[in-house]
Write a protein that binds this ligand. Structure first.
Ligand code: GAL
Length: 514
């Protein structure tokens, strides 16, 4: 699986490194002869299929090329288009070229060249829509794909290029996108957290305001005031929000809690650790924790800080009115340390999605994670889970929102603007969020067909105190966030609370006002 992920990243990089203006993409050409076709089943990956039929995993490029060429030549006959090598769908019909054709294609194929990318994604009559994001996991991709399908239906002549780069919370995506933008190469639109994250991309230079899209669609009447305030930066809107996620959720596997005799989820840390001991005594791993994507520990501590400091105290850490040397921060660090001591020892090796999978598989009982975990449960058809606010955070909604932004150098601005209109629409938000595990950014969504968790989240959003998530771009600018991420990573290895608090006090001084 590891090397498949690697291949995927290579592909995504190739797409980003070689984003091509629609005009230079290859026109849809004649169909390729398939030596045979193969219909994807659950668990299939393109590289496995390439290995099986063509004798090398690298040949997956050739299958992608053949399948996509045929789709471009005659979409009614060849329905499958592979937009991302790592996210085959069950039922996708792949064109397997002959070994000779595959070898001939691979001989001249360079995934890092504009012509190479154009071969994989032949442009439609109306050009391309290159969408940058970090949504590659089950619920994430399922949500994005809902939007792709709708866009495709409305704009059948535009080729969608999924330029996603794996890595939760955008760990890999954000830096790579910035290098691209600085190099003058841009996708047509990309994922941007509402809030100060926009500072990463030199607003006004690398990204441009989308105020016109708001005016055209009346978005400033359709999103709630708390969210609009977060979206507005220096008097402009920089992204169209698709959702609202909640960060401070404690998920649990119901069957495992029942097995340990726990009848309701803990509401305080004392109760939590008592439950964790009961689980341990029953031979059940109490906590599933990730760390591989570089944000999971930081996310966990964020919610514990909120728990110990309360809504205003937590907010003050980022605005400068709460001191990092406050004893409540020390208390939060103690809870964090203890929480981690109940978790799987290999957390550094597991992504947030892999940690969520432990809960799905009944291998661990509790997990603190944002409600994209709910999207994973939905994608996996797993229903035996419960949720509660992270202990001590009842009545507080640690929120964040994903939006889509417009790069100054979007190669196909028209297509990007159509995407932004769609992103803010009721139909797209309902379809997207049901799969993604979040609630709508719009206030007029119909939640009757959303799952029970989402109905509860929509209700909480209306009544809870809202605080901005730091790890997911809302509370602080990129420099302050980086300082926090680094300090938590260090604390997780050396356990030195004083050093952590001093480092953060210094970071607050330098960055809180940014
Ligand atoms: C967040 C993002 C979510 C989710 C999560 C894990 O930053 O807002 O949509 O995808 O990362 O990747």
């Amino acid at each position: 699986m590891k090397h498949l992920k690697f291949l995927y990243v290579v592909l995504a990089l190739a797409v980003l490194f070689a984003m091509v203006p629609a005009a230079s993409a290859a026109p849809a050409s004649a169909a390729v002869t398939c030596d045979q076709t193969y219909t994807a089943t659950a668990g299939d990956t393109l590289s496995k299929i390439a290995d099986k039929f063509l004798g090398s995993i690298q040949s997956y490029w050739a299958i992608m090329w053949a399948t996509n060429q045929n789709n471009a030549a005659d979409p009614s006959k060849y329905k499958t288009k592979i937009v991302n090598a790592d996210t085959l769908e069950v039922g996708d019909v792949l064109c397997i070229p002959s070994k000779a054709d595959a070898d001939a294609f691979l001989k001249d194929f360079n995934p890092n060249s504009a012509s190479g990318v154009a071969k994989l994604f032949p442009a439609g009559a109306k050009g391309q829509l290159i969408v940058g994001s970090w949504w590659t996991n089950g619920g994430e991709f399922a949500g994005l794909n809902q939007m792709f399908q709708m866009y495709k239906q409305q704009n059948p002549d535009v080729e969608i290029v999924n330029a996603a780069i794996a890595g939760g919370a955008g760990t890999n995506f954000k830096g790579q996108l910035l290098s691209q933008l600085l190099g003058g190469v841009a996708p047509d639109t990309f994922q941007l957290h509402a809030g100060k994250e926009v500072e990463t991309y030199d607003p006004g230079t690398l990204v441009v305001p989308v105020d016109d899209v708001y005016a055209k669609n009346g978005f400033d009447k359709l999103f709630p005031p708390d969210l609009l305030a977060l979206l507005k930066y220096k008097d402009h809107y920089w992204g169209v929000p698709v959702n609202i996620h909640r960060a401070n959720v404690l998920w649990y596997n119901k069957a495992l809690l029942a097995k340990a005799g726990i009848t309701s989820p803990p509401t305080t840390w004392d109760e939590f650790f008592a439950d964790a001991d009961k689980l341990k005594a029953a031979g059940i791993a109490p906590v599933a924790l990730g760390g591989h994507d570089g944000f999971e520990l930081q996310h966990t501590l964020e919610t514990i800080l909120l728990s110990e400091l309360g809504a205003d105290g937590y907010k003050g850490l980022w605005t400068g009115s709460t001191s990092w040397t406050d004893p409540k921060v020390t208390a939060a660090l103690d809870v964090f340390k203890k929480y981690v001591s109940y978790a799987n020892a290999d957390h550094d090796a597991l992504s947030w999605a892999a940690a969520t999978q432990l809960l799905i598989d009944g291998k661990a009982a509790f997990n603190i994670m944002g409600d994209w975990a709910n999207g994973q449960f939905i994608a996996a058809n797993f229903t035996d889970y419960g949720w509660a606010p992270v202990p001590g955070t009842k009545g507080v909604f640690d929120g964040l929102s994903d939006s889509f932004a417009l790069p100054a150098k979007a190669p196909d601005k028209e297509n990007a603007l159509l995407w932004l209109d769609l992103a803010g629409s009721k139909a797209a938000q309902e379809a997207f969020n049901k799969a993604k595990g979040s609630i709508c950014a719009r206030t007029d969504c119909d939640y009757s067909s959303f799952n029970a968790y989402l109905q509860s989240s929509a209700a909480d959003w209306k009544t809870d105190a809202i605080v901005p998530s730091v790890v997911h771009g809302a509370a602080a600018g990129p420099n302050y966030l980086k300082a926090y991420n680094d300090a938590v990573a260090l604390f997780a290895t050396n356990g030195d609370a004083t050093a952590f608090q001093n480092a953060m006090a210094a970071a607050q001084k330098s960055f809180a006002a940014e």
